[in-house]
Design a protein around this ligand. Structure first.
Ligand SMILES: Cc1cc2nc3c(=O)[nH]c(=O)nc-3n(C[C@H](O)[C@H](O)[C@H](O)COP(=O)(O)O)c2cc1C
Length: 389
C-alpha cells in the first residue's frame, strides 16, 4: 500500500485507476474554470495565527450538524455518478462515512438507489434532491427517502440547468460508458476498475431508471434530464417542498446574502454556501470569499455550512473560523473512493481530521467549536470591495 499523507496522494492514484471520462467529470469546472480554480486558491490566501504556550491536550473535533452528532464537522457532499468512480461507490462512501461518524449525502443522480444505500447502512443518511418539474416524481422521491429513514433532505437550488463543462461533451460522458473507439482505448487500460464494474449490476441512475415516467431504459435518460429540471423554480415551490418533506431541510447553493435571507424565510434548517464546486456559474466568487457576508447577514439565525474547494483540514479550519458551522467535501472523498474504494474514503477523512486536529492545536485551540476569526489573518479586501449594481 502506498504511503498516503495528503489528499493529493489519493488524487494521483485516482487518476491512474479510473477511466478518463469519469476523472474529467469530477475534475472540471464550468466554462473557463475560473471559479473552480478560485475555490482552492482563495483558501490559500487566508493565513493562520500561531499561538504558543497554551494547553493543547484533550482536543476535540466533535460537533453537530442540524442537531446530529458528528465526529468532525465535515460531511460528504452529494456527488452524481459516484458509482461510476468505483463499483457500488455510493454504498462504499456511505459506509465509510457512517463508520467515521460524519453525514453522507446521496445525490438524486446516484448510481446506487436510495433503497440500495439504506439496505447497506445502519444509520440514517441524507438525501439530496434536484428540483424537478414533475410534482408526482418529487413526492415519490420524498416518500422513498422517508421509507429509507433519511434524516434530512438537501435541496440543491443552483442547478435548474447545467453550467457547461466542456470535457464532458467532448468525452461523451454517460453511465454506463458508451463503447466508442476513443473510450474503449482508455477503458482497456483501467483493468481493476473494469473488473469491479463487471461484478456489479449497479451501472445506471438507480433513483431514476424505472421510477420516472418514460424512463424505463437508460438510453432515454439524457432526454429526460434535459426536460425534467424545473426552470420556473421559485421560493414558493421551495417552501412547498419543505412542507411536503415535513422534516429537516438543508438548502444547498446559496452565494448571496439576500438569497440566504429568503432561505431563512422558507424555513431552511441550514444553508450551504456553495458554488457547486465551480461547476455552475463560472465567474462567481469562490465559496470561501462569499461566506463572511452570509455569516454576517444570517449567521445568528440559521446554521451555515459551506463547501467548494476543501482539500485539507486547514481548509476546514479556515471555513469554520470564518463562521461556518460545518463543511462538506466533494472531490476530496471522490479521489479516495476512486483510488481505493471504501478504504480510500476513510483515508481521505482521516487525512482531513488529522490535519484539522494538528492545525487546531498549533493555533492554540482545543475545541473545534471555539474556532473564530481570531485564529485567522484575513487579507484586507478578501470579501471584495464591489460596486453595487
Ligand atoms: C463529480 C461531481 C458531481 C456532483 N454532483 C452533484 C449532485 O449530484 N448534486 C449536488 O447537489 N451537487 C453535486 N456536486 C457538487 C458537490 O455536492 C459539492 O458542492 C462540490 O463538490 C464541492 O466542491 P469540492 O468538490 O471542491 O469539494 C457534484 C460535484 C462533483 C465534483
Amino acid at each position: 500500500m502506498p504511503v498516503i499523507t495528503e489528499i493529493a496522494d489519493l488524487k494521483r492514484i485516482y487518476k491512474r485507476r479510473v477511466p478518463k471520462m469519469f476523472y474529467d467529470y469530477a475534475e472540471s469546472g464550468s466554462y473557463t474554470e475560473q471559479t473552480f480554480r478560485a475555490n482552492t486558491e482563495d483558501f490559500a490566501k487566508i493565513l493562520l495565527k500561531q499561538k504558543v504556550a497554551v494547553d493543547m491536550s484533550g482536543r476535540s473535533t466533535e460537533s453537530t450538524m442540524i442537531g446530529e452528532k458528528v465526529s468532525m464537522p465535515v460531511g460528504l457532499a452529494p456527488v452524481g455518478l459516484t458509482g461510476m468512480q468505483s463499483a457500488d461507490g455510493e454504498i462504499k462512501a456511505a459506509r465509510a462515512a457512517e463508520k467515521f461518524g460524519v453525514p453522507f449525502t446521496l445525490s438524486t443522480m446516484s448510481i446506487c438507489s436510495i433503497e440500495d444505500v439504506a439496505a447497506h447502512t445502519t444509520k440514517p443518511f441524507w438525501f439530496q434532491v434536484y428540483t424537478l418539474k414533475d410534482e408526482d416524481f418529487m413526492r415519490r422521491l420524498f416518500e422513498r427517502a422517508r421509507a429509507a429513514n433519511c434524516s434530512a433532505i438537501v435541496i440543491t437550488v443552483d442547478l435548474q440547468l447545467l453550467g457547461q463543462r466542456h470535457k464532458d461533451l467532448k468525452n461523451g460522458l454517460s453511465a454506463p460508458p458508451k463503447f466508442t473507439l476513443k473510450s474503449m482505448a482508455n477503458l482497456a487500460t483501467k483493468v481493476g476498475w473494469g473488473l469491479e464494474m463487471l461484478g456489479t449490476k449497479r451501472r445506471f441512475f438507480g433513483n431514476i431508471v424505472g421510477h420516472a415516467k418514460g424512463v424505463t431504459d437508460p438510453s432515454s435518460l439524457s432526454s429526460w434530464t434535459a426536460e425534467a429540471f424545473d426552470l420556473t423554480l421559485d421560493w414558493k415551490r421551495i417552501a412547498r417542498f419543505k412542507e411536503m418533506w415535513g422534516g429537516k431541510v438543508i438548502l444547498k447553493g446559496i452565494m448571496d446574502a439576500e438569497d440566504a435571507k429568503m432561505a431563512l424565510s422558507v424555513g431552511a434548517d441550514a444553508i450551504v454556501v456553495s458554488n457547486h464546486g465551480g461547476r455552475q456559474l463560472d465567474g462567481a466568487l469562490s465559496s470561501i470569499r462569499a461566506l463572511p457576508r452570509i455569516v454576517d447577514a444570517v449567521g445568528d439565525k440559521v446554521e451555515i455550512h459551506m463547501d467548494s474547494g476543501i482539500r485539507s483540514g486547514q481548509d476546514v479550519l479556515k471555513a469554520l473560523a470564518l463562521g461556518a458551522k460545518a463543511t462538506y467535501v466533494g472531490r476530496s472523498f471522490v479521489y479516495g473512493l476512486g483510488a481505493m474504494g471504501e478504504a480510500g474514503v476513510t483515508k481521505s477523512l482521516e487525512v482531513i481530521r488529522k490535519e484539522l486536529d494538528i492545525t487546531m492545536a498549533l493555533c492554540g485551540e482545543r475545541d473545534v467549536k471555539a474556532l473564530g476569526r481570531h485564529n485567522l489573518l484575513i487579507p484586507k479586501g478578501f470579501e471584495g470591495d464591489w460596486q453595487d449594481g
